[in-house]
Design a protein around this ligand. Structure first.
Ligand SMILES: *Cc1c(COP(=O)(O)O)cnc(C)c1O
Length: 394
């Protein structure tokens, strides 16, 4: 039986082992809340890594319908998949930023995907593809303003910019963006924040002096969108916050920023049984029952993205009670000690959700496992069906 609950969020579908529910109305509301924090900057909905596990295509379509003019992906393959699914350049610009040698430059050009360039090797490969296809490129030059990951170091920046401007003068490309990425925007007051703002302003000033007239200058991820208005420039690139989680859990919960979690994860109890005291539970017997008790078997494991680090600690809600993972999380299943309670087999186990039903959140799981909420949601595996509710397109 499919049951309704107090907030009207649909429960697990009939017969489902487990399911991740993705609330597209929450996604839209989160985008509106983020937009309200900027003074007119455009929004790039970051949908890399299958939209942090939520489903890239559904989330991208919803974000575009909600007015996001830009989509962001890490790999070119992710960007091309969105184009192949019918999200055309008249609907959204798509930027991808993680290129490797031999990448699909020509396809990206033909599909009107914007290309981030962090170094000369990439500019060389891109220009070869431009000559081959006859399609001029839309390029975003990426500066390493201090993250020390992707992006061009300040000492290489003048050459990269000058070479891009030469190619622009030859009609081979247009530099449409200048951009960078923060190292610690989630740590208010971290000295790297001001240093990166200054470095970005310098990189930008050099590019503009050299003949770059960008459509968009962009720097802000989720924490910067929420906390650093001076970083917004023309475009903000929220990922996590769009999915309704707080990128700064020590500063504020989602609700403090007008956000609500988009994904909830539930499973159906596969077995409920009584066991005596002193019984070892799951591989390695890292949990032993302290007395006669009841156990519930949850049919989700690390193959589904439930971290093995949740062993003996991950929280779940059954009915209105919380329980903890007992023993190791296995590949496909884990056990909870029900402490004598006897829920029905088949009853819904909530691993995480918005919290509105009193259930744990992805942030609770992150804390239990010593990681960040980003990792909890993004790793929910392909074996878990996604169910979409609240979509604007029915
Ligand atoms: C992932 C990513 C983002 C989004 O980061 P959040 O912290 O999830 O908002 C923005 N820009 C770049 C370059 C990224 O890789």
């Amino acid at each position: 039986m499919t049951t309704a609950n107090t907030t009207g969020t649909p429960a697990l579908a009939q017969g489902a082992r487990a399911e991740a529910t993705v609330d597209l109305a929450a996604l839209r509301d989160n985008l509106a809340a983020l937009r309200a924090r900027t003074s007119g900057a455009e929004l790039m909905a970051v949908v890399k890594a299958d939209a942090y596990g939520h489903g890239a295509l559904r989330c991208a379509r919803e974000a575009v319908a909600a007015g996001a003019g830009w989509l962001g992906t890490a790999t070119p393959e992710e960007a091309l998949a969105l184009r192949a699914a019918g999200i055309g350049p008249e609907q959204a610009r798509i930027l991808c930023w993680l290129w490797t040698p031999g990448g699909p430059w020509a396809r990206a050009l033909r599909e009107s995907v914007d290309i981030s360039i962090s170094g000369q090797w990439a500019l060389d490969e891109l220009l070869a593809a431009v000559r081959e296809t006859g399609v001029p490129a839309r390029v975003h030059l990426k500066a390493d303003t201090g993250l020390g990951r992707n992006g061009c170091q300040p000492h290489d920046w003048p050459d990269l910019v000058e070479n891009a401007v030469k190619a622009q003068a030859a009609g081979l490309l247009r530099v449409v963006g200048v951009w960078s990425h923060f190292a610690a925007a989630d740590e208010p007051g971290h000295p790297s924040i001001q240093a990166q703002l200054d470095s970005f302003a310098q990189a930008l000033a050099f590019a503009e002096r050299t003949g770059v007239d960008p459509e968009v200058r962009h720097l802000a991820n989720s924490p910067a969108t929420l906390l650093l208005p001076q970083s917004h420039y023309d475009l903000v690139r929220p990922g996590l916050a769009m999915y309704g989680l707080s990128p700064v859990p020590d500063v504020g919960a989602p609700a403090d920023f007008g956000l609500r979690p988009v994904m909830s994860l539930a499973a159906r109890l596969a077995l409920v049984k009584r066991v005596p005291g002193g019984h070892g539970i799951s591989y390695g017997h890292h949990y032993t029952t302290s007395g006669p008790t009841t156990l519930g078997l949850v049919p989700l494991g690390y193959a589904d993205g439930v971290p093995r680090h949740a062993s003996n600690t991950g929280p779940v809600q059954i009915g209105s009670s919380w329980y903890r993972v007992a023993g190791r999380v296995a590949m496909d299943q884990f056990v909870v000690d029900l402490g004598g309670d006897l829920p029905d087999v088949g009853e819904e186990v909530l691993l995480f959700g918005s919290g509105e039903r009193g259930e744990p959140t992805a942030e609770d799981w992150a804390r239990a496992c010593g990681t960040i909420a980003y990792e909890i949601i993004t790793r929910i595996g392909g074996r878990v069906p996604r169910r979409y509710v609240g979509g604007s397109r029915g």
